[in-house]
Write a protein that binds this ligand. Sequence first.
Ligand SMILES: NC(=O)c1ccc[n+]([C@@H]2O[C@H](COP(=O)([O-])OP(=O)(O)OC[C@H]3O[C@@H](n4cnc5c(N)ncnc54)[C@H](O)[C@@H]3O)[C@@H](O)[C@H]2O)c1
Length: 347
Amino acid sequence: MTDIIQVGLGFWGYDWATGVLPEVETVRVAAYVDPSEEARQRIADKLNVPADRCFASLNDALAAVNAPIVLATLRTDAHYPVARRALEAGRHVIVEKPFASSVGEAKELVALAAAEKRMLMVSQNYRHYPAPIRVAEMVAQQALGHVSLVDIVFRQHAPSIGYRYWDFPDPLLADMSIHHFDLMRMILADEPKAVSCRTWNLPGSPFQNHPVGVVTVEFAGGTIVSYRGSWMSGGAATAWAGEWTIDCDEGEIWFTSRGHGAERLERDRVVLRRRGSAAEEQILDHVRYFDRAGTMAAMEQAVRTGVPPARFSSGADNLMSLALMQASIVSTQRGGDWVSIEEILSV
Ligand SMILES: NC(=O)c1ccc[n+]([C@@H]2O[C@H](COP(=O)([O-])OP(=O)(O)OC[C@H]3O[C@@H](n4cnc5c(N)ncnc54)[C@H](O)[C@@H]3O)[C@@H](O)[C@H]2O)c1
């Protein structure tokens, strides 16, 4: 059993504390941190936590508790100061996605983690689902040959589902597409080279910024990804990972992943279509810890054994997902011009 400190007990932090961490048998929360007394009290009441395990500041928790892992379930702008402090105090760190407010901040944290010899992880929870894991394996084995084109569509209608981040600067790209960008890299085992993107808002939409967009990504190995996402779709909602068609030399791989609420695992499907043959539905492996529990269990295993498991979303790895997100934002600011990942990483 490994102890952790959880920092940030707002809407999402409460969900982590009550709905995710109790499922992970290998970890125990030794301290909860939030400056809001109301947020601390809500956790104390719900989980019967004694007052001496709830702290108003990370420094107080670090002084009181020797837990090796700090989990930051905070808004993005608070990731950098919290992760920095925890790394300097010799702790391993997990931060929620997106990694940081800028590529510069993220690079600093990666360098600090390396200097302190600590693990830094970004919670890319969509990695921990049976369908993308299987598809990544199939692509690696070239099950249908070389991948030339990937088509991804994501559709949700935010006003109908209790969405709450209406004021986010880039609600599609930074809140949602970051999951899809990260899955592109995991599945293709390749890195993006350049991106072209347009985003926009709709008349009467509750979003202050752009909830709809199209993105084209060129990967180093030559694969082109065509992505369309909408938080304001009137059409049939896709699962949260979207619907993917991966066009290969000898056929196509179709998949979808991450359902909603209690049915999060039920939507995962992978279908293989060899050219000229009937579609073959794949039987997917059981995943012991999925979604955010998968993130937490992977970090615990990495810290306990010293060896990060497959597809571990380290800070160093996640720099490229963050850069792809940032390049998309810059491209949309430039009216859809192609933006190279190199330019974004050279800050
Ligand atoms: N992975 C996913 O699918 C997913 C889904 C929803 C939200 N999120 C992420 O979770 C993040 C948090 O969202 P939220 O809705 O919980 O925000 P929130 O505003 O409800 O909560 C933030 C909490 O952090 C606390 N806080 C602020 N600074 C702090 C500090 N320095 N130390 C300790 N506590 C501090 C605040 O008091 C507040 O209670 C968002 O950035 C979002 O990207 C991820």
